[in-house]
Design a protein around this ligand. Sequence first.
Ligand code: 13P
Ligand code: SF4
Length: 364
Amino acid sequence: MSDGNSTVSSQENLAADLQVVRDYLDRAAEPDALSPDQMAGIRIELKGVMQEKNARLVAHYYTDPALQEFAEATGGFVGDSLEMARFGRETDADILIVAGVRFMGESAKILSPDKMVLMPTLEATCSLDIACPIETFAPFCDAHPEHTVVVYANTSAAVKARADWVVTSSIAVDVVEHLMEQGKKVLWAPDKHLGAYIQKTTGADMLLWDAACIVHEEFKARGLQDMKAVYPEAAILAHPESPAAVLELADVIGSTTQIIKAAQSIPNRQIIVATDQGIFHKLQQLAPDKEFIVAPTAGSDATCRSCASCPWMGMNSLQAMLLSLQEGSNEVVVDARLAEQAMVPLQRMLDFAAQNQLKVRGKA
Ligand code: 13P
Ligand code: SF4
């Protein structure tokens, strides 16, 4: 990114926010601190309140398996961020409960302004969102008026409102290819790894913002090569938020849903996965005969909190969801003017997705 000052301030914001998350996680009750009977009681109570209020749970693959199972058992949905947005808009529920991170709740609210959108916690954010504040992003866009502004869904409503297009990882390459065909230059934000991957795949003229996902950035190519030597028959599936050196080694690169589909169709029995460990629940469910191995990260469970595990996704729990639904607390509110502006690029993405068959990239 050409604006050096905004990188520094973004990093300071990120460090401060990470401390908030660590403090929160230290205070938060561990989900397994409750007995199976207590958990069963919470599920029963939740089902009752959800029926009474016509509420539906939309959960991301990275959330606790207990939430994913509960979403599916109660007519809700588990998916990647594009599918979550679609489901939220299409369901006839009066209340959407979004288990994921804040940008997912905000996208749901923008796309469904007449529904009440609740989250188990509003503190669940994303390092990409934090590192792309509108105060520095808007001037960066203003300085490059000849570029089409394409932002990742992992951004605030204000950043989306400043964009021409919003994309998720499942559709980013296709959208940029489409823009390239029209001779457009692209300003991309915020994930530099996903941006570099799109640029390499499409050959588009792109200006990249400088931010990363704290989870995927920890995957290491060197460790992955060593692991591949131990499991020579294994396929490597990676999320495009991973660094370029990791993606170089991958057989398939795609969004969480695309990874899950590839795991089912690829012939390899052993599969190394470079994304958040929360996805292993669905992978194991849909491909029970396969062995899934988490790709190596910089630290180990004992030395870091985000080793292949998003701390913000980890803030979601059934207990917090019950409280939010009973009290109507943690409602996602988006400024009406921003919502109206952000709806345009979001809707553009959904229309594009509806018209295009999304592809999974890979050597497989
Ligand atoms: P997906 O769109 O692939 O679900 O990714 C969302 C995300 O936050 C990945 O870290
Ligand atoms: Fe953001 Fe990374 Fe967490 Fe996804 S895994 S929500 S990109 S911090």
